[in-house]
Design a protein around this ligand. Structure first.
Ligand SMILES: Nc1ncnc2c1ncn2[C@@H]1O[C@H](COP(=O)(O)OP(=O)(O)O)[C@@H](O)[C@H]1O
Ligand SMILES: O=P(O)(O)OC[C@H]1O[C@](O)(COP(=O)(O)O)[C@@H](O)[C@@H]1O
Length: 325
C-alpha cells in the first residue's frame, strides 16, 4: 500500500528527561526506514510556533543515544494555550508539508498534543517526564534513570550521615506523584518516606528519628516528595530539636533530572518511539503511547489524561514499616 504519510516532525516539551534522546533517535531512524522524512522541532511548542524546524535526513542522531537531556531542547511555553498561537504553529507545519507530529512530554504537553490533534495535525504523544505521573504507561521516559540517580545519591548521603551519626531529610522531585520518593525509599532503606499520599509532620518525623536512634540506628534517611514542606532546612531544624540527632536538610533538585539514560530507559524509549512511527504510518492520531505489563500500547490522549493514579497510601505505609523495623 502506498504510504500516505510523507513527513513527520518530533518535539520534546516540558521538563527534559533522560531517554528523550534515544526516543528521538528511534523516531528519526524508523521514519527513514519507512521512507518518511523526519523533521526536528527545536525548543518544544515555542520552537514549533517560531518555525524552528529542520529536516533530520542528514543529521547523525546516533551519537545522542547515550546522552541525557534532549538534544532538540525543551521549553515551557504557556502561550501555547492560546488558540491563535496554536493556529500559527500548525501553519509552520503546513508550510513544510509535514503531516504528523510526535510530542514527547508530560501531561501539560499531552494537553497541547490533544489540541493539535483536534486541529487536524496527526499527533502521537510519548510519556516524557522523570515524575512517572502519566498513568497510561507503567513508567515514563526518564523515570528509571532519575530513580537510579536518586538512589546513587542517597547511598552517598548515607555514607556521610553514617560517619557522623546524623539524619538527612532529602527532598526529591515528582510534581505531586510520590513514585520517585516511594521507590527510592524502598531501594535505599530510607527510614521515613513522605509523599502527598502519606504526609508526616516535621514533629512526627522528629519523634520517629528519636525512636529509630534509640533502636540503635546510627544514620537515618528521610525521603520527602517536593512541595510538601515550604523549607526543607526548617524541617531539619525541627527534627534535630525533637530527636536530639544532628540533622541536615537537602534537595536533590535538577541533578536528578540529568545523566546517562539507563539500559531500561534506552530500550523502552526506542520501543515507544518505534510504536509512534508505526501508528503514524497507519494514519492514526490523538494517541498516547505507553508500556503496560511489558506490552507497548496506545490510548487516546484524552482518556490517558483521565486515568486515575493508583493510590499508594498503603504501599507507602508498608515500606515505612519495613524500613523502620
Ligand atoms: N492546557 C494546555 N493547552 C495547550 N498547551 C499546553 C497546555 N498545558 C501545557 N501546555 C504546553 O505544554 C508545555 C509543557 O507543559 P508542562 O506542564 O510545563 O510540562 P509537562 O508536559 O512535562 O507536564 C507548556 O509549557 C505549554 O506549552
Ligand atoms: O525545571 P523546572 O521548570 O524548575 O521544573 C521543575 C519540575 O519539573 C520536573 O522536574 C519535571 O516535570 P515535568 O516533566 O512534568 O515538566 C518536576 O519534577 C519538577 O517539579
Amino acid at each position: 500500500m502506498e504510504n500516505m504519510i510523507k513527513k513527520i516532525a518530533i518535539l520534546t516539551s516540558g521538563g527534559d528527561a533522560p531517554g528523550m534522546n534515544p526516543a528521538i533517535r528511534a523516531v528519526v531512524k524508523d521514519a527513514l526506514a519507512k521512507n518518511i522524512e523526519p523533521f526536528l522541532v527545536y525548543e518544544g511548542y515555542k520552537g514549533l510556533h517560531e518555525g524552528k524546524i529542520e529536516s533530520a535526513k542528514n543529521i547523525n542522531v546516533d551519537k545522542y543515544i547515550n546522552r541525557g537531556g534532549t538534544f532538540i531542547f525543551s521549553a515551557r511555553y504557556p502561550a501555547f494555550k492560546d488558540p491563535a498561537v496554536r493556529q500559527e504553529a500548525k501553519e509552520q507545519l503546513d508550510k513544510l508539508g509535514i503531516d504528523a507530529l510526535v510530542v514527547i512530554g508530560g501531561d501539560g504537553s499531552y494537553h497541547g498534543a490533544q489540541l493539535l490533534h483536534e486541529m487536524g495535525v496527526k499527533t502521537i504523544a510519548l510519556p516524557g517526564t522523570i515524575d512517572n505521573d502519566i498513568t497510561s504507561s507503567d513508567f515514563t521516559i526518564g523515570y528509571d534513570t532519575a530513580l537510579n540517580t536518586i538512589i546513587e545519591n542517597i547511598d552517598r548521603i548515607r555514607d556521610t550521615m553514617e560517619s557522623h551519626s546524623r539524619a538527612a531529610i532529602v527532598e526529591v522531585m515528582g510534581h505531586g506523584c510520590g513514585d520517585l520518593a516511594l521507590y527510592s525509599g524502598l531501594a535505599t532503606g530510607a527510614e521515613v518516606i513522605v509523599t502527598n499520599e502519606c504526609k508526616i509532620s516535621p514533629e512526627e518525623i522528629g519523634r520517629i528519628v528519636k525512636e529509630q536512634t534509640e533502636k540503635g540506628k546510627n544514620s537515618i534517611i528521610v525521603i520527602v516528595s517536593e512541595h510538601i514542606y515550604e523549607n526543607i532546612h526548617d524541617v531539619a531544624k525541627i527534627v534535630e530539636k525533637i530527636s536530639g540527632k544532628g540533622t541536615r536538610g537537602m534537595a536533590l533538585e535538577h541533578l536528578q533530572r540529568g545523566g546517562i539514560p539507563t539500559a531500561a530507559e534506552r530500550i523502552n524509549s526506542a520501543r515507544m518511539g518505534m510504536k509512534a512511527v508505526e501508528l503514524i504510518s497507519e494514519g492514526k492520531s490523538g494517541l498516547a503511547i505507553g508500556i503496560i505489563k511489558g506490552a507497548t500500547v496506545a490510548t487516546p490522549i484524552l482518556e490517558a489524561l483521565k486515568i486515575p493514579r493508583t493510590d499508594r497510601t498503603e504501599k507507602t505505609k508498608k515500606f515505612n514499616k519495613l524500613n523502620q523495623a
